[in-house]
Design a binder for this molecule. Structure first.
Ligand code: SF4
Ligand code: SF4
Length: 177
């Protein structure tokens, strides 16, 4: 008899819980008619940003490519006339990207950044291969003030030792006993 009442309770309880949800606000969103605003640090489409002078931040160091667990970033490095490196071409295959954000963590120049643009689905896989012209934006993204060359001062954008956090060059002979 005890089992009988336990089974009755077990049968009715789920209906009771379902009934309770009929009077709660639904959490389902009617996408694409309704769109959610993702949180600010949401990781979706990647972009390449520019420094405050409008220059390309990317120096084609390949670190993002090395950090990417699914190998979906590729590029070719080039140098302009003053020795500043840039990516001659830069490609991300979003059909493989898992939006982990590791590339943005690895980037020393803040060039590659995630955005909240999650609407990049496409039935054609080749349309998910983004080239540099698709990735490069006219903005500094999340930090518009950061200028890699001002901090690192690698003797390309200014004289060695003139970077904001850079020590002047040292003559190795002066260190000898
Ligand atoms: S977000 Fe992750 S998977 Fe996508 S390109 Fe960056 S490192 Fe690769
Ligand atoms: S996006 Fe950043 S990590 Fe990737 S190549 Fe350019 S500078 Fe290096």
């Amino acid at each position: 008899m005890r089992n009988f009442w336990r089974d009755i309770k077990g049968t009715l309880q789920p209906f009771w819980i379902t009934l309770g949800y009929l009077f709660k606000k639904p959490v389902t969103i009617q996408y694409p008619e309704e769109k959610r605003t993702p949180p600010p640090r949401y990781r979706a489409r990647l972009v390449l940003t520019r420094d405050p002078n409008g220059g390309e931040r990317c120096v084609a160091c390949q670190l993002c490519s090395a950090a990417c667990p699914v190998d979906c970033i590729s590029m070719q490095a080039a140098e302009d006339e003053d020795g500043r490196r840039y990516a001659a071409w830069f490609r991300i295959n979003f059909s493989r990207c898992i939006f982990c954000g590791l590339c943005t963590e690895a980037c020393p120049t803040l060039a590659i950044q995630t955005t909240a643009d999650y609407e990049i689905c496409n039935r054609e896989v080749l349309n998910l291969v983004y080239e540099k012209q698709d990735l490069l934006i006219e903005s500094g993204g999340k930090d518009t003030e950061y200028n890699f060359y001002k901090h690192s001062g690698i003797g390309v954008a200014q004289v060695r030792g003139e970077g904001e956090e850079e020590h002047g060059p040292v003559d190795p002979k002066s260190l000898m006993p």
